[in-house]
Ligand binder design. Structure first.
Ligand code: ATP
Ligand code: MG
Length: 268
């Protein structure tokens, strides 16, 4: 089964979340998946090593989600197979004064992984049509043209050797409630509770509409979006590692040929 096919938003498709089940597990069971995940991490280690050795192309993984949907969990899981030397995580927060003084893609472009590297975006340029839209931080005239601007930017990157995979971690509003409640009740999780998340939760419907528009307008052939059912953490991790592996394999990355004639070299 190709996970990419199963979860990729087809270009031009109108996304309605009512058609997507955040608890979907494609018939997998948790204990069966644990073994697959260990193997998958080993495959990712090998593929990342080859990407680094080739040094020609890069991979960008974009993670977007509502609070508590598991961006951090995915990063911990997927990263456990990455070489820290060739992998970089960038978290996008409220823009600094310097960032806000530039165009909205300025800080993003600087964070694009260089050749041979893997970059993970914890939030991204999509905040510019999510939080900015939901809270009217910019006039509609400004944010509404950003869908096309983002598509053009990603097309440019893709043509220049950046493979882009964008994941929306889809949880239900009920599941978010459970997770936030657990942060309140469990002393070991208290540190994760952010009152800001409770405020944003009130805008759930507005965020869902904003996400539907992102997924409907910005899933292109070269920079696809994947809607990942994320109520089950183990399935979320499985789906994302599978999709990353499928794409890295399709890139047919080969370690470079030696630059010297090895037959003349003797190690004394
Ligand atoms: P965690 O809470 O797990 O550490 P997080 O991504 O929620 O991760 P926070 O520092 O809590 O990190 O939140 C970052 C905030 O920055 C989010 O509310 C997000 O919407 C906001 N943000 C990101 N990009 C922009 C932007 N371009 N304009 C305005 N707000 C933004
Ligand atoms: Mg937060």
């Amino acid at each position: 089964m190709k996970f990419s096919k199963l979860f990729q938003v087809k270009y031009g498709k109108k996304v309605r979340f009512s058609h997507y089940d955040p608890s979907f597990t494609a018939g997998f069971k948790k204990d069966q998946v644990e073994k697959i995940l260990v193997k998958d991490i080993a495959s990712i280690v090998d593929l990342e090593y080859r990407l680094y050795a080739e040094g020609e192309r890069s991979l960008l993984i974009v993670l977007q989600a509502m609070d508590s949907a598991g961006k951090d969990g995915v990063i911990r899981h997927v990263m456990s197979g990455f070489n820290p030397q060739s992998c970089k995580v960038t978290a996008f927060k409220v823009p600094s004064a310097e960032e806000a003084a530039h165009d909205f893609l300025w800080r993003v472009h600087k964070a694009i992984p260089s050749k041979g590297e893997i970059g993970i975006f914890n939030r991204s340029h999509y905040e510019e049509v999510l939080v900015v839209r939901v809270h009217s931080l910019q006039p509609k005239k400004v944010w509404s043209r950003r869908y096309d601007e983002i598509n053009a930017f990603e097309e440019f990157l893709a043509k220049n050797g950046v493979t882009i995979l964008k994941f929306f971690l889809h949880i239900s509003k009920d599941e978010q409630k459970k997770r936030l409640q657990a942060r309140l009740d469990d002393t070991k999780k208290n540190w994760k509770l952010d009152p800001h998340d409770l405020k944003e939760r009130k805008y759930w419907t507005d965020y869902m509409l904003a996400y539907e528009e992102v997924l409907s307008r910005c899933s292109t052939k070269r920079a696809p979006w994947f809607i990942i059912p994320a109520n089950r953490k183990w399935f979320r991790n499985l789906a994302i590692s599978r999709i990353i592996i499928e794409h890295l394999q399709a890139m047919e990355i080969k370690t470079p040929k030696p630059k010297f004639d090895l037959s003349n070299i003797v190690v004394k």
